[in-house]
Ligand binder design. Sequence first.
Ligand code: PGA
Length: 251
Amino acid sequence: MRKILVAANWKMNTTPTTAKNLIKAIIKEHDGGNYHDILICPPFTSLGVVSKNIENKDIALGAQNHSQYDNGAYTGEISASMLKDIGCKYVLIGHSERRVLMRESNDVISEKFTTAIARDLIPILCVGETIEEKERGETKAIIQNQIDIAMKSYDVGKKARFLIAYEPIWAIGTGLTATPNDAQDIHNHIRSRLKIISKELAENTQILYGGSVNKDNADALFSMPDIDGGLIGGASLESSGFMAIARQKNK
Ligand code: PGA
């Protein structure tokens, strides 16, 4: 049975000082309640303070990106081993803001996905289509291509864990969300794609939905059979709203 994961993507928000306040507020609510699994992905400079504050708490830490290279002369880059050492368990790979704004190609994303696994991080591979691609009816083909390229070096025999986050680009930060049924249709497609590789992989891989998830639409999305949680941007920057999304209800 796959568990629900509610992941916060703080993007380029918070300083170490404000991150400390936000994580403390999240922990305060978390200590008294019944919540789905929670993952916090702060910017690099806030990883240390969040890591320290969630010690001995049932909250996981993740980063938003890392280099495809292991170490050496790559000025300005952060490696997977650095993230591991600071306490990260997960890393977002191929977020659309990196694909579009930082021009990360499917091939670079594939290298990062492979590096994350090699360094014992759990990659969350983000995929999604633009509004134009959606209108042309290309959503499934685009996503399939993004997944196939990212996973081209994946060794199924090693059973390394990863997640997929379906995030339609037109839904990110716009207030527009895919309907639960539309999102379910894409998630089901992703799972059938994974089934071609391995039935076990398809059954065990959590597929998150992202794109304007908030406390009013989260439950309907998470109740769909192939939606195993969410990747939350804007609504993760305020503790009570985020924790309302993460609060456990019956599936
Ligand atoms: P949003 O962002 O919740 O603000 O739409 C989601 C994401 O980009 O991961």
